[in-house]
Design a protein around this ligand. Structure first.
Ligand SMILES: Nc1ncnc2c1ncn2[C@@H]1O[C@H](COP(=O)(O)OP(=O)(O)OP(=O)(O)O)[C@@H](O)[C@H]1O
Length: 447
């Protein structure tokens, strides 16, 4: 879905573009934070080998990879029992001798980061005190997030050290970096290589470019990434990862990664097959709130996500629910990235049971683990028309074995009823009426 948000032409208003560019990196970060598990994708992995005659290896266990014991221990400590679908193919390629280049694309949450982190940790020689693996990420926050994974996975391999080449990390010219892995954003990495000469790019053995789709959406990052790549020695392993694969990403990938192997995993489509959908007739927002309270009074809801059309309604609802004693988290458009990240993390950890958000804020965020979704306002596109894609993304779940879910739509006008009917027709799935004054009836929907 993310790729569909890409503006069709560059004649868009600047404000929209800035919003859009920031948004993509933020989406990616929030998705990483909210996810507590690997995304199970049932599609087939497509593998294109540079040398079609060489045997195609894939592994079903981490043992088969003959990892260093310290790393295997780190992997298990993180709770990984077996390689994810993309890891089954990507890991043998990345760990092969001689090193192979790779372009890999799969939706967010399928295990790409964990895979390249394992590759970097496997390739470093801890006795050498200089940078050997270089990873670039599109933003400060994303770089820190990947750094955390390196630290976790390398927990039992303390000889390997990590340096962050990000804004705010002031370094003096000419002081050589001793850490074996450097993770950073393109601008700072370039400075560290060229201006400050802290890193000798000729000694880099593994180069990772993460989130290529987000990277090229950010002004200047594409050129900076290519400048970094040009300084690396021949024979340096180049790895590039992306969640989506528009033409522009593909062109960029081919410039960064010569002679690549290619692994692609199609995005798992969301379906409404396992979702029970209802609507409630209301007259006002107060009425909607009462209906919501009745639902909460009748069934046990572990965690719910509530979508409102405007920030004002979202704020109002958050206040009302808090007064009723609910632990409410609010995701709102004016919040800084760090604030949003903190809200998402608290919600993921179950500290709050209700997450209220506007669509703008939650666009592109996958909340698979939330089993109840309330459309306090039905999703609309910017012209006020039905938005099938957003409806599906809010309440749909992926995978044939997807968890069951419950979606309740609040309908408060003739117009919203028409919109609801459009969704019903489009997805060819019945949306049943729910009378929220009848507690017995509400109890039934939970079964
Ligand atoms: N083999 C595995 N078994 C269990 N969990 C895993 C495995 N690999 C990764 N995970 C977990 O799944 C989640 C997603 O993994 P990861 O961040 O590597 O995916 P990604 O494809 O890089 O996503 P993004 O594009 O958002 O960065 C993380 O919480 C990670 O710890």
């Amino acid at each position: 879905m993310n790729n569909k948000l890409e503006p069709k032409s560059w004649n868009c208003p600047v404000s929209f573009l800035i919003y859009y560019l920031e948004d993509r990196a933020t989406q990616s970060l929030l998705n990483k934070l909210i996810r507590s598990n690997v995304v199970n994708n049932t599609n087939q992995v497509e593998v294109l080998q540079r040398d079609p005659n060489s045997p195609l290896y894939s592994v079903k266990t981490f043992e088969e990879l003959r990892l260093k014991p310290q790393l295997l221990k780190g992997v298990y400590e993180m709770g990984f029992n077996r390689p994810s679908k993309i890891q089954e193919n990507a890991l043998p390629m990345m760990l092969a001798e001689p090193p192979q280049n790779l372009i890999a694309q799969s939706q967010s949450g399928t295990g790409k980061t964990a895979a390249f982190v394992l590759a970097m940790l496997s390739h470093v020689d801890p006795s050498l005190k200089w940078p050997q693996c270089l990873c670039i990420s599109p933003t400060y926050e994303l770089a820190l997030q990947t750094g955390k994974v390196i630290e976790q996975m390398g927990k039992f391999y303390p000889e390997v050290k990590l340096a962050y080449a990000v804004r705010g990390h002031k370094m003096e010219r000419g002081v050589k970096i001793k850490e074996q892995i450097v993770i950073g954003t393109p601008g700072t990495v370039l400075d560290w290589c060229i201006k400050l000469k802290l890193i000798d790019p000729k000694k880099i053995k593994v180069f990772v470019l993460d989130e290529a789709d987000v990277m090229i959406a950010t002004q200047g990052h594409q050129d900076q990434s290519i400048r970094i790549q040009r300084m690396l020695p021949k024979g340096c392993q180049m790895l590039l990862f992306s969640a989506t694969f528009e033409d522009s990403v593909w062109k960029f990938a081919e410039r960064v990664v010569p002679d690549p192997n290619i692994i692609k995993l199609k995005r798992e489509e969301e379906t409404l097959d396992t979702i029970k959908q209802y609507y409630v007739l209301c007259n006002s927002k107060e009425d909607k709130f009462n209906a919501l309270c009745n639902i909460y009074g009748a069934i046990t809801i572990a965690q719910a996500m509530i979508f409102c059309h405007t920030r004002k309604t979202a704020n109002w609802l958050a206040n009302q629910l808090s007064k009723e004693g609910h632990q409410v988290a609010l995701l709102s458009g004016e919040m800084a990235v760090e604030q949003r990240a903190a809200v998402i993390e608290r919600f993921r950890d179950g500290k709050e049971k209700v997450l209220i958000t506007t669509n703008v804020c939650a666009r592109g965020i996958d909340v698979e683990q939330v089993s109840v979704v309330i459309n306090f306002d039905l999703p609309l596109d910017k012209d006020g028309n039905p938005d099938n894609e957003t409806y599906l993304h809010r309440i749909g779940r992926t995978g044939r074995f997807g968890k069951r879910g419950l979606a309740v739509n609040m309908v408060d006008s003739q117009r919203s009823m028409e919109i609801l009917k459009t969704y019903e027709r489009h997805f060819n799935k019945k949306i049943a009426r729910l009378d929220t004054d009848d507690l017995d009836e509400i109890e039934k929907i939970a079964n």
